[in-house]
Design a protein around this ligand. Structure first.
Ligand code: ZN
Length: 390
């Protein structure tokens, strides 16, 4: 609902529990109102009301008296990070459990405890939202992010925020060559359910796309390759990173994937979907713990990610093969694009023009001319304006 306020036209859809989606079934819906562990003196030593990571996701309802050692078997904590509550969920195996900091765990005394989880599992819905922002062409670029992680900022409120900002930016553009499909789904089952509904259309129309995740914290950008590894999405992600001031790790192979590119690239789906992250999921110590909070992410990082995605999408939207219109070098001075003084090296314009033979797209031109990111777009726009390429 908050996203609909930010993104006009965003629609919410529901898939009922029990719906078959390829090899999976949409599970029952989990609802929880309250959960705690109470000691013999009536103190709530762990309370869901303080942090919703305290209960293993999808926990069954319980109300039991246990001694400390029985209770221990239902507790998850991280000895190496004694102040972090781990994020643990168990969708398809019925169980219950509590998550707490290791320090909380060590503070438990011998004695009896009452463990209460007021939850219920019942047929409900898997909710997701999407929006198609139309362009001149009905070919589509996909931006997909996931909305299922509770109370975790980098993984993945950051992805939701950056995707929303990208949607607003795309909507504000005076023209778009491609159409843009914006998708907010629960990870894995949501992507599978979404593909079950849209597979034929997406296979026909999708030319590029990204899973937007973990874009609010970290020191370096990461690219997770599509399964094919050499799609437009892979190429322009790599080239767009040249214009960010942040260091970039060489692209991860598809075997290092972890989010919904798993579904989008699966054989038979075969969409050209990659991902750009800052510090990658699973590779920072705050990952899937309560330390992945609003203090961990920063506006500066969110903006850097937003800018990188914007550059990447601009390059994709602009991409085509160009052909120069003159035989031999054009007399640039006549066209008003040549520096008045004699340049010490070949000017950028001529380097770009030299490869405009109709076989090179923007990616090739960037690689061959040495120009990067927005500079390439500016140069090509200038040459287009002067009629020197078509
Ligand atoms: Zn995660």
């Amino acid at each position: 609902m908050r996203l609909q306020e930010l993104i006009p036209g965003l629609e919410i859809y529901s898939v009922p529990s029990g719906t078959k989606v390829f090899d999976w079934t949409v599970p029952d819906e989990w609802n929880i109102t309250d959960a705690y562990i109470m000691d013999a003196d009536g103190n709530k030593v762990v309370n869901f009301a303080n942090n919703n990571l305290h209960v293993v996701g999808y926990s069954e309802p319980i109300d039991e008296i246990l001694d400390r050692w029985e209770l221990e078997t239902f507790i998850h904590s991280l000895p190496a990070q004694p102040d972090a509550i781990p994020y643990i969920t168990s969708y398809y195996r019925r169980r219950w459990g509590f998550c707490m900091t290791h320090n909380q765990r060590l503070a438990l005394k011998d004695g009896l405890y009452r463990a209460v989880i007021n939850s219920f599992l019942a047929p409900g819905h898997l909710d997701y939202a999407d929006l198609l922002i139309p362009g001149e062409s009905d070919q589509e670029v996909l931006l997909s992010t996931y909305i299922c992680h509770p109370s975790l900022a980098n993984d993945n409120l950051s992805g939701v925020v950056v995707t929303a900002a990208l949607a607003r930016w795309l909507q504000s553009l005076p023209r778009r060559r491609f159409s843009y499909r914006i998708v907010f789904i629960p990870e894995t089952i949501g992507a599978i359910a979404y593909l079950a509904k849209h597979l034929d259309h997406m296979k026909e129309k999708t030319i590029a796309g990204y899973v937007v995740t973990c874009v609010g914290a970290g020191k370096r950008f990461n690219i997770i390759s599509s399964r094919q590894g050499n799609t437009i999405s892979d190429k322009f992600a790599a080239l767009a990173t040249y214009s960010t001031p942040y260091p970039v790790i060489k692209p991860h192979l598809y075997t290092e994937r972890g989010s919904d590119e798993r579904q989008y690239c699966w054989p038979g789906v075969d969409l050209p979907i990659a991902s750009i992250t800052l510090d990658k999921y699973g590779e920072y110590p705050q990952y899937h713990t309560s330390l992945d909070n609003l203090e961990f992410i920063s506006q500066e990082r969110l903006e850097a990610s937003l800018e990188l995605y914007k550059t990447c999408l601009q390059l994709i939207d602009f991409n085509r093969n160009f052909k120069c219109t003159t035989i031999c070098e054009p007399f640039l001075t006549k066209h008003g694009v040549y520096p008045q003084t004699s340049p010490s090296s070949v000017p950028d314009e001529l380097n770009v023009l030299a490869y405009c033979d109709g076989t090179n797209d923007v990616y090739d031109l960037m690689l061959k001319s040495g120009l990067r990111g927005e500079d390439t777009i500016l140069t090509l726009n200038k040459l287009l304006e002067k009629g020197l390429i078509e």
